[in-house]
Ligand binder design. Sequence first.
Ligand SMILES: Cc1ncc(COP(=O)(O)O)c(C=O)c1O
Length: 501
Amino acid sequence: MGAPQAPERDRTPFLDRLVAYVQAGIVPYHTPGHKQGRGAPPRLVDVLGTKPFLIDLDGDLEEPDQAPAVDSLREAEALAAAAHGARHARFLVNGTTAGIHALMLAGTGPGQTVVLPRNVHRSLIGGLILSGARPRFVAPQFLAEAGVATVPTPVAVAAALRGEPRPSALWLTAPIYYGWLPDLPAMARVAAALGVPLWVDEAHGALHGFHPDLPPGALAAGAAAAVRSFHKGGGSLVQSSLLLLGEAGPDPDRVDAALAVLQSTSPSPLLLASLDGARAWLAGGASGALDRLLATAHQVREALNQRPGLHCWGPEVVGQAGIAAWDPTRIVFSVAGLGLSGLEAARWLRRACGLQVEMADLTNVVVVLSPGDGPWSARRLLDGVDRLIREARPRRRPALLEPPPLPPAPLTPREAYFAPARRVPLREAVGEASAEMVAPYPPGVPILVPGEEVTAETVEYLTRLRRAGARLQGGSDPTGETLLVVAGSPASSPPWASGEL
Ligand SMILES: Cc1ncc(COP(=O)(O)O)c(C=O)c1O
């Protein structure tokens, strides 16, 4: 990345501005009402201390004779852009979700088509509802041994991009939750040749580009825009993310207009400052912390692979199931050889050992390692896994489930979202058009998107996942027993056909 030279890259202009305000001893007659902690609930001050309140400043931070406070934010964003080789960066206070929604609003709209893998995060479906665009889904590959839907191939993406009507954007997820990446450079080339911008959901790639042993990052691979959850891996506070626009990115003014619709007019200074601090830290090499993180991840992977019944995925995934690169800091291990599901193993590790993993599926347990990990947490994990191997009772593992084929979609997500809806038992929803999204977790992949016809295979798949212990997210009924469908279905004689909607 074309990062600025130190000490420029070590600067934290937004954080400094907050500190200067506090140090100047200014008396605040403005929001927030906690007045730097003096008016905060005592219990909160007990827990948090006073420091977070001191810099949790809203309102007018302007110095009478200096540039307005927003300039220090823009300066901080410019440093973040430089650290990522981006043309523009924006700090986000509603996670990567806000950035995904902003790109959808800025670069697509009703009547337009967006190409995206089926196993996208649900924030992209929300973006489609907001923008009114029609999805053209590309099936991901399936890594059967791991039981994981991975990424689409460049060939499948190229075919979708060439379809009519011509899409206005291509979305890819890189890396996916498991730390695996599609062939971004190849897809960026195909998309560029067809004049379609490539936007990347880089939520799980906060560290990419900051170390030679990590993938270079979406922009470096040719993406026009990317959104990364700095809070997930980069050390900033939860909910803080970074939107990066490359040379071919959408018009920054349109992106800003979309963000003004989507984000608070009182963005949390704590979140913004945390992004400023995290960017400076990473751009400055994170004091060797990334070297240590990679060494820890390597040791943990090696150690897990010596345990009987376990397999921790590593570089061998590259070249399989469309995977072109991987992130070694993501520890994904299969417990299939122990006769357990990943979900059971994860629950056991939590109950018996007090270890909370990031995610689990029917086969694997996913552990996030970050600069906050080291020998101590690696040891705890390996001890826990050893106890799991000795003590956990194997059960009959639920069979691996491959998602059903894509159903027809008589409505766009936005049309279905705004249509009158009624609630029916899941079994009776067959043939109806879904009015909501359902994304079983794990794996968190939408299995029903608003506007799609509910098929018998979909109902069967959801029922089996629920029995296996998956939670159904996104829908209005967390038990998954009922579903909102577009009123007036079945889909064979839809109300939208008669112009009722
Ligand atoms: C792949 C992916 N994309 C996007 C998001 C949304 O990110 P955020 O929580 O920062 O809004 C997530 C969150 O888990 C995710 O896993």
